[in-house]
Design a protein around this ligand. Sequence first.
Ligand code: HSE
Length: 428
Amino acid sequence: MTTPLRLGIAGLGTVGIGVVKIVRQKAKLLEARTGRPVVITAVSARSRDKDRGVVLSDYAWEDDPVALAQRDDVDVFVELMGGHDGTTKAAIEAAIAAGKDVVTANKALLAHHGQALAEAAEAKGCVIRYEAAVAGGIPVIKALTEGLAGNEITRVMGVMNGTCNYILTRMQDAKLPYDEVFAEADALGYLEADPNLDVGGIDAGHKLAILASIAFGTQVAFDRVQLEGIQRISIDDIRQAKDMGYRIKLLGVAQMTGRGLEQRMTPCLVPADSPLGQLKGGTNMVVIEGDAVEQVVLRGPGAGEGPTASAVVGDICDVARGLRLPTFGVPAKDLKEPQQAYSNSPAPYYLRMSLLDRPGALAKIATILGETGISIDRMRQGKHVGNEAPVLIVTHKTQQSALREAVEMMQKTGVLAAEPVALRIESV
Ligand code: HSE
């Protein structure tokens, strides 16, 4: 009889229960694929009495996830509690200190503490696996660390927050305003407990920072991701973009440049007929470019019980098989601290503003664009509503720094009724 791999699962929410179901229902398949039985020995969650629709009485119960992480009959601590500090972090540290391997779905934890945890794990000979942390059911961590290991990665980009993609595509398809679709997403249970994690781009920024670390051999640097959420995207932006043959996406881009690591998670216009432009609803897409492979496009469900549990169980199977890789693909002590770089590659920009109805207002805006070296490609002014008129400008290719300077200057003119919305038009 081969030695079973014994799991301690902390967190019995949607994903935790999804993992319990797969491990119970597919015991034979997992054993056939890993060469040893995979069993749950102990679990932990906030409430013991809650009916979760699965039999848990076969497993030892721990109220305290730290105690679960330290149990002698647990080989792998499976962390599905969420939260990146407090008990969650303490339990993972306790698991590593006790020599256990860790499987987690926790992107925030890795984005904030990935380097320290990876160093601690590698010093103890433990592994941390986290496929479910990025893009749910898509095996993107495995693709980057294993399948594409022979490549110099040149760029990683994608749509990594299903909730934002749902909101943006629903606004477009149902012609509904942001607030209404946000309320719908809330009612459907799509939003994180703190919705700003989704719509503020933070959740997707965590994921991008993790992918950038693996792709470029750098320490996870979430604090150096240029972040902008989707809260200011209006139905009018969606319509204007569509009229020009584009779609608006919360797009993450990470690339290493001669000036440092560029990481941005911002709303962008992408061509409507590109794979990213065609991505609908809660689906995620990650595009990886490497010198040898050229381009790989991965598409799949970014959240939900089945897809996320699928990724967690994939990691558990790798541990059962004896696969022992450094957390971010190379030893943590060799990861370089990245220099933050802002995008320098010129791109056209979409600029939407609300202009006060005064003589010379439009001339002031045009003058600023001229002074900052930005050339106008297209311009349209809509009908005045009260004392304000919507103005849309599409620029020729310009650098982000020039565009920022222009927007700052515009805000000082006193002719704008609100902060302009500036969106990069990305060629993907
Ligand atoms: N809230 C995330 C999303 C799922 O909407 O994609 C987990 O990261």
